[in-house]
Design a protein. Structure first.
Length: 257
């Protein structure tokens, strides 16, 4: 009886963790995606940022971007050439000062990002929210070497150029002060943290994993579980139950539980 009960529990867990994926709203040559607070933005290989309304993508600007992120800090993007940082204000992307290759607006009002030389920066929530388009904002150096960074409810995650994975459980949105970073097992090219604290990584060969066991008590979670996709993955984002996946071939998938 005990064995049978255990088997039933395992089956239940396997089903409840499975993601069902189908082709998302079609965006030709999708390259990168981010989702936060119910909104979804994606860039294509031409660097155009698109906003999802219903099942259609709408191009937001003629400026070309490398990476766009949307969340509690608003909508931010980095320029395709030159890495200039832009904030979306009243229908336009406005340069804010600072140079980043990748950034994340999904924390608690702060913006974090990395430069092409892998230094890691944070913009305090009051600076991020009050920037109106004139002057420039002042970023804090996190004194970390990282190639990708993302923040959510239970802390921030990053990967370095050796694909090592790091986690810090506090990064203060108001001061950008952060606690010690510790290395987490595994290897990943990129890591995305949903605003609710969910964590997904993509490794160098395009395999997607979800971090399991994350809670207010175990903020860095306990283990990785593969999310099997038919095609190698380039980029992912997660928000409000929807997992968005961009494949290396530029296809956009939407997955739900
Ligand atoms: C930021 O921190 C990194 C890592 O400590 C350091 O190498 C870099 O020089 C700093 N950059 C600036 C502009 O202070
Ligand atoms: C990516 O994950 C696959 C499946 O676990 C593994 O075989 C492969 O070694 C990983 N690659 C890297 C670069 O971590």
């Amino acid at each position: 009886m005990r064995a049978a009960a255990g088997f039933l529990v395992l089956c239940y867990l396997a089903v409840s963790h499975a993601w069902r994926c189908s082709e998302g709203p079609r965006l030709y040559n999708a390259r990168q995606i981010d989702a936060g607070q119910g909104k979804v933005v994606a860039t294509n290989s031409y660097g155009h940022v698109h906003f999802l309304i219903g099942s259609s993508w709408y191009r937001m600007s003629s400026i070309r971007f490398k990476h766009a992120s949307i969340g509690p800090a608003g909508l931010w993007a980095t320029g395709n050439s030159g890495d200039k940082v832009y904030k979306y204000i009243a229908g336009n992307f406005v340069a804010s000062g600072g140079l980043l290759r990748q950034l994340d607006a999904g924390g608690d009002g702060q913006v974090v990002g990395v430069t092409s030389s892998s230094s890691t920066w944070c913009l305090r929530s009051d600076y991020a929210s009050s920037f109106k388009g004139s002057g420039s904002v002042s970023w804090s150096n996190l004194s970390r070497v990282m190639k990708y960074i993302s923040c959510g409810k239970y802390g921030c995650w990053g990967t370095d150029t050796n694909n090592r994975i790091f986690f810090t459980q506090t990064l203060s949105p108001t001061t950008c002060g952060n606690s010690r970073w510790s290395q987490i097992s595994g290897s990943a090219a990129m890591v995305e943290v949903g605003t609710d604290g969910s964590v997904f990584v993509v490794n160098r060969s395009g395999q997607l994993y979800q971090r399991l066991g994350i809670s207010s008590r175990y903020r860095s979670g306990t283990s990785w579980r593969a999310v099997s996709m038919r095609m190698p993955v380039r980029h992912v984002a997660y928000d409000l139950g929807n997992l968005w996946v961009v494949t290396t071939s530029g296809l956009l998938m939407k997955c739900t539980h």
